[in-house]
Design a protein around this ligand. Structure first.
Ligand code: FMN
Ligand code: ADP
Length: 336
């Protein structure tokens, strides 16, 4: 998939899904779906594009226009930073940091992600100018898809209906996707965060359309785990990744994206050993070896209990033993 922050490097013409899309949840997938329909030619071209897991923006070479037949690139257009972050100056934590977002979009069959730099200049474009100058002139868009509640342009004055009217004057069709609900509530990134904060993994999964995962490399910790019989791989997740409630979870662990292990995870500051910063650590069942430097993806299956301060390491060890039993019960019920 081609990832770029530069409008001039974008592959064109485009079919565009517009939004922030943090989480690529089921609602986002509905907005992206209309731009995915493509001709056979387009499928052939897509197979030229390589798919890295780790994506430094702009590092892949797009195929030259001479080598490809005319086709429309399915393109997700987002803003970087998120407009809310730009205006408030407050960093947002993300359900899907860039690497994960790219992976999810790739899996859906999206050709291109454009992260338009959000600047004062961009923020001050009127809805009409945004459509005309950015979407039509720069990105040669042929089709647009947005969610019903999409707002854009100076002071968010443009609505999805305005977008449709402006684009219609250029003969560009706009799909307005109705708000998608599941179990009564509308699917949103904030509803997923709320579910994760409540330890309600089932609800988070229902809204996301997949289990919530944490991905990172294994780094050294205090080397205490091995002394109590539970060596734990400390997973360094991206600083901006949204972490669910502190506590202990039954998990499934993928090492380098493939090996599937069962285990137990603690997220928290580890008050028993006077930890100071939040850590994510996993103990893999029936496994021994060296994981330092490996990339782990931890899939959250069940919240087991909140984190606690124990009076001694022995008490913590006894509790971890109980946690392992509880996690195995949960996970083996799911695997058999
Ligand atoms: C299943 C599990 C549950 C844990 N629960 C707690 C807890 O409730 N309170 C706590 O302070 N630390 C908890 N920990 C973290 C331990 O304190 C930590 O694994 C230990 O200090 C080893 O740290 P190290 O990997 O840096 O050596 C838990 C760890 C695991 C694997
Ligand atoms: N079953 C296991 N689960 C997780 N890590 C294991 C396991 N067996 C061995 N290890 C290794 O031990 C390391 C963790 O040991 P630990 O004493 O907790 O040290 P640290 O504080 O550096 O995490 C892991 O990073 C991994 O390399």
């Amino acid at each position: 998939m081609w990832v770029t922050s530069s409008l001039t490097n974008a592959l064109t013409p485009t079919a565009i899904a517009l939004g922030n899309f943090d989480g690529i949840h089921l609602g986002h997938q509905e907005v992206i779906r209309p731009i995915l329909h493509r001709s056979k030619n387009q499928e052939e071209v897509r197979s030229f594009l390589s798919y890295p897991l780790s994506v430094p923006a702009d590092t892949q070479t797009p195929i030259s226009s001479a080598d490809r037949p005319e086709h429309i690139y399915s393109t997700v257009v987002t803003f970087n930073p998120h407009p809310q972050e730009f205006f408030t100056g407050k960093k947002r934590s993300l359900l899907t940091p860039l690497d994960e977002k790219v992976q999810q979009l790739q899996a859906l069959g999206v050709d291109q992600l454009i992260r338009i730099p959000f600047t004062w200049n961009l923020a001050s474009l009127s809805p009409q100018d945004f459509v005309e100058k950015i979407l039509i002139q720069q990105l040669c868009c042929q089709q647009i898809s947005v969610g019903e509640n999409f707002c854009f342009g100076k002071q968010r004055t443009g609505t999805a209906k305005d977008l449709k009217a402006i684009a219609a004057s250029f003969d560009i069709p706009v799909t307005i996707v109705p708000i998608y609900a599941r179990g009564g509530d509308r699917i949103s990134s904030s509803a997923i965060r709320q579910a994760l904060e409540n330890g309600d993994l089932q609800r988070a999964q229902e809204l996301l359309g997949r289990p919530y995962t944490l991905t990172g490399t294994v780094v050294k910790g205090q080397q205490l785990g091995r002394t109590i019989g539970f060596p734990t791989a400390n997973v360094a997740v991206p600083a901006e990744k949204f972490l669910p409630a502190n506590g202990v979870y039954a998990v499934r662990v993928f090492v380098q994206g493939v090996d599937n292990h069962l285990g137990v995870m603690n997220i928290g500051v580890r008050p028993t050993v006077s930890g100071t910063h939040p850590s994510v650590e996993v103990y893999l069942f029936d496994w021994s070896g060296d994981l330092y430097g490996e990339t782990l993806t931890v899939q959250l299956e069940k919240f087991l209990r909140p984190e606690k301060k124990f009076a001694s390491l022995d008490e913590l060890k006894a509790q971890i033993q109980l946690d392992c039993t509880a996690a195995k019960e949960e996970l083996q019920g799911n695997t058999k």
